[in-house]
Each structure stands twice: as structure tokens, then as C-alpha cells.
Design a binder for this molecule. Structure first.
Ligand SMILES: [Cu+2]
Length: 224
């Protein structure tokens, strides 16, 4: 083969490799879960029920091993999304089914409940103002909205029977039920996330699911 021919092949292969890298990077960056609409058909003055779950591994999709939040859509389906439309100036009654194990917190501050109605939550029906992560099964995740001053620690599940494929159902797997309420502010997008470095096998636990929308963080999309 001529030198030009060889060069041509090398150049084509190089261009193909570059193309693949760009395509992979772009498709990764473009990936965004669907927004689950909990504001449609909302009657003014009525509270909105927001039901979510946290799982130790989602069990499907591109990252089956990753920890994740899921949300119950108005049609009753569990959806792996952390983008939720909520009506403005409305009381949101939140129920979180927490199916993951926990550990002591590095930052004890996120063991406290704050920013919710009454500054409290309930854990399996009992009113709490904090979870002592150095006792019991620690804390698995938090539900935190820094710009609204909200933080709720989610106590870890005890024992080693842990649901590892979402959606996990309360009648099938051990879980902690955490309930609290808060009131949405005006229209805007408010970042929320978990503050437990739960991205196992990533640098300091803060990579992977901790920095990917759809797993351990998302947006409260507050609409009119
Ligand atoms: Cu987490």
C-alpha cells in the first residue's frame, strides 16, 4: 500500500476515535431524566403530595449500581427522576421511603432537621429533630434544598436485607418512612441534593450519582 494510503487509513481511524469520544461525551451531557409534573391540575390552597424513595442501587439503566432517588408520578408509576414540577406558594407533604443502609455522618450538621414546617419530620411515625448517625444504623442520605434552608436526614435501614433494584415497594423491603412538609416559594428552579457522600467508589464519595441529575440531586421546578 502506498504511503498516502496508509496515512489515509490512520487518519480515518483517528477521526473515528475522536468522533466516538465526542459522541459519548455529548450523549452523557445531554442525558436528563423526564420532569415529573406534580403541579398539573393543582387546586389553589390544596397541599401537594410528593412521594419519593431512596435506593442503594437502582438496578437498571446506564448505572445500575448507583444509589438513586425515585419519585412517584401522579399515575402511580415510580420514575427515576429528580426533576419535579411543584406549584408555587403551596404546602408540599413529603413522604420518603428510605431503603438504603447508612453510616455515621462526616458532617454532623446534616443530621439535623431544619427548614420544614415546625422544624421537624417524622421517622416511622415518631417526631424527630435530628438523627444521631453515631447510633443505630446511621444516616443513608439527606433531602436538602440549600437555597430554601431545608435539610432532612434519612436514617439508614438496619440489617443486611437491602433492596437493590428499584422500584422498591414498602410491603416487600425493610425501609424507614420519613415524612415532613414545607411550603414552596415563588416561581423558580431550586437545586436540591443529598449531602451524604454516598457515591461509593468515587473520589471521597462525591462523584458519580452525587453529581448526576437523576440520582442524588435535581431541581424543584416551582411553577405558577
Ligand atoms: Cu445520597
Amino acid at each position: 500500500m502506498s504511503r498516502a494510503g496508509k496515512l489515509g487509513i490512520v487518519f480515518s481511524l483517528f477521526a473515528l476515535a475522536v468522533g466516538l469520544v465526542v459522541f459519548t461525551a455529548m450523549s452523557f451531557l445531554r442525558t436528563e431524566p423526564p420532569t415529573v409534573d406534580l403541579a398539573a391540575g393543582h387546586q389553589p390552597g390544596q397541599p401537594v403530595h410528593l412521594t419519593v424513595e431512596t435506593v442503594g442501587s437502582v438496578g437498571y439503566g446506564v448505572h445500575p449500581q448507583w444509589v438513586s432517588y425515585l419519585v412517584k408520578a401522579p399515575n402511580g408509576q415510580w420514575v427515576q427522576s429528580t426533576l419535579w414540577n411543584l406549584p408555587a406558594h403551596t404546602k408540599i407533604d413529603v413522604t420518603i421511603y428510605q431503603y438504603d443502609s447508612g453510616s455515621p455522618l462526616r458532617n454532623q450538621q446534616v443530621g439535623q432537621v431544619y427548614g420544614t414546617d415546625g422544624g421537624t419530620a417524622t421517622l416511622n411515625g415518631k417526631t424527630i429533630r435530628l438523627v444521631n448517625s453515631n447510633a443505630g444504623s446511621g444516616v443513608g442520605h439527606t433531602f436538602s434544598v440549600p437555597s430554601l434552608g431545608i435539610n432532612v436526614p434519612l436514617a439508614g435501614v438496619s440489617g443486611n436485607k437491602i433492596c437493590s433494584a428499584a422500584p422498591c415497594l414498602p410491603n416487600q423491603w425493610p425501609h424507614n418512612e420519613v415524612k415532613f412538609s414545607f411550603t414552596t416559594p415563588g416561581v423558580g428552579q431550586y437545586r436540591w441534593q443529598c449531602f451524604v457522600p454516598c457515591g461509593l467508589s468515587y473520589l471521597y464519595g462525591n462523584g458519580g450519582p452525587m453529581q448526576t441529575i437523576g440520582y442524588m440531586g435535581g431541581f424543584l421546578k416551582v411553577v405558577d
